[in-house]
Design a protein around this ligand. Sequence first.
Ligand code: NAD
Ligand code: SER
Length: 317
Amino acid sequence: MAGASGNRILVTGALGQIGTELVEALRLQHGKDAVVASDVRDLPDHSCVTGGPYRHLSVIDANGFDKVVREEEIGTVYHLAAILSATGEKKPELCERINVGGTITVLEAARKHRLRVYAPSSIAVFGPDAPKHAPQVCSLNPTTIYGKTKVTGERLAMNYWKQYGVDVRGIRYPGLISYRSPAGGGTTDYAVDIFHAALENGHYDCFVKAETRLPMMYMDDAIRATIALMDAPIDSIGSARGGYNISGISFTAGELADAVAARVPDFTCDFRPDVRQEYADSWPDSIDDSMAQSDWHWKADYDLNALCDAMISGLKG
Ligand code: NAD
Ligand code: SER
């Protein structure tokens, strides 16, 4: 295997909900020139583009990917480019092509150039037969296309580690809540959209039922977890390397609406479930993250109150 091309960091899908904040955190940690943001979109005013090096790059263009890795002297890839669950169910072929095809592009480049890789998974790997408090290890039988691509991603990560020694790590993110970038077409988007709607219109039509409970997390915790996992010594990373469970907060859509109403006078919320209810119902309520706790000392900081306060003060600027 060739030696690592270099020491710089490449982030794919950098203009999305997570990339927007991860790029900034990595640039603070390593220096702005050390982190190359990339995406298939071009948004010239985006903070990732104005704040440091940026490359237009599709993760299904293997030759283009290889070229960027060589030219930019990349040693580590944070691979965030993907199609999320709600868009994925509408465009299943695209979802498979980007999520599985893109991951193979990254892992093949990693094998060739000896790159370290972060490739996130999701709570969507669990299916309706999994325990509602989801353990790290159980049968993974997702019913969404998106969930199936994430199970494949975890399997690929383990294969490349076992067969080629590629140091790939991942987290099964819960639904992530942040104010700096819109959510990207997922089922958990209601937990972001509700804050925007509350402050803009005083009302939100929520697309899942009030009693729908899902695992969620504030973005600051997710970014901290991502960097902690990648900074952990290699011998602390165990059999969950392809997708560590991490737990943040578990709340129902009704509890979230009540917490928003307690902070936004006269806020009202109606619950009008659509097709995304089915995807939400197939996922767990909460997550057992004892393996992340013991392997790399994971612990979330934000509870529902802290999350709501941070969202509202962030959106009010
Ligand atoms: P997002 O939809 O906000 O961003 C994804 C980015 O990927 C977008 O900017 C998009 O332009 C880009 N992209 C799409 N196709 C591409 C291609 N062919 N080449 C390069 N870029 C492409 O998603 P996100 O919320 O930032 O999610 C990032 C990762 O985290 C994904 O793997 C997702 O499955 C996972 N995840 C996210 C959440 C969440 O709640 N946000 C939860 C679980 C897992
Ligand atoms: N938040 C993501 C979604 O809803 C879960 O991976 O698609």
